[in-house]
Design a protein around this ligand. Sequence first.
Ligand SMILES: Cc1ncc(COP(=O)(O)O)c(C=O)c1O
Length: 392
Amino acid sequence: MAAELKNTDCGTRGGALLDVYSHIQYPFELVRGEGVHVWDAAGNKYLDFYGGHCVCCLGHSPREVADAIAAQAKELLFYSNLAPMPVREKAADKLIQFAANGFTKVFFCNSGGEANENALKIAIKATGRQKIAAFKGAFHGRTLLALGATDNAKWHGQYAGWVGEVERFEPNTAESLAQIDGQTAAVILEPIQSIGGCTVFEPDYLRALKEACDKHGALLIYDEVQTGMGRTGSPFVSGHWAVLPHMATLAKGLAGGFPIGAVMMTREVADSISPGDIAATFGGGPLAMAAMGATVCCLKKYNLVGHAAEIEHYVRRKFTVSQVTEIRGKGCLLGLVLDREAKPVQQALFKKGIITGLNSNPHLLHLLPPLTIQFEHVDLLHQALIEVLKAA
Ligand SMILES: Cc1ncc(COP(=O)(O)O)c(C=O)c1O
């Protein structure tokens, strides 16, 4: 074997990355993470209330997930979906059992956008229809069907010839229910619009929406890329409040930080799909499957789903200051609506060693912490926020 490779053996550092994130970049370089903390290159420690944008559900570099990936990498790093593999079969069963909500089949891919792209393709194939409905404020990804469902006129404009017609519904309104008809292939929504301002879909509305979809033979898709894997205090929103959509898409926390995407579906939907209809070379790859299996085990072992609900209750009890005018969201997907612009507050919190996020509501401080966050960390955020708000 060759001598151990060092990073510096493979090139120097210097400007090769395409500049697409510079407008939102954080003012520090991260080099390490452990639990609910990350460290920058200068050795500064940050308490992470953003979880790498909702991905690191078990905290940073969770030991069980890292060990599972390492063990699998040494055993079999990759083989295509043409070869059945126990690690894939077992992980799929584990996910469906964790969901415990009526979904019976799962298709694996590599990202949230890809999961939504495939769910919409499945809906078009299953119904034989073309019309897709999505909501104002929605974010479903950047691939073309997913982009069409995303509510962003600027991004659509550039690809007008490629992004199909999407009917745009207003969340939680009776009028939207009346817009579903015999032409509708799919209605897609995030049960809590995360990037769109932490808008929560009401249980009664979801029930009525499912009924309207069933009445007209349309398929209801929950984009649970952010709300899945226990984040809202139940394993998934799908099946919660007695509403089971026809499909749910997953990514972000699904494998504890390892890249993955998935579409879970009911038996009826699965029956409409034939071999070869959809595929992804790396979907369901052994490393992702090992990581996902370990993630599901950890969520159960440490009771993190129940804990996410407790964190929400604690945050709601704690943040009663007048400058926080509203707390939106559920579980560990929360938005503190401030009486002022959130961006300067976020920047000031960085200086105090706390990472939070922003979203489309300029007054909203976005909290997407690892589900392992503890009450004392909420106390630290509370204390720092009070100081920042007083100083402004
Ligand atoms: C709700 C939702 N759906 C889909 C996506 C797209 O996921 P990805 O960036 O993995 O394609 C995101 C990404 O932030 C998301 O928040």
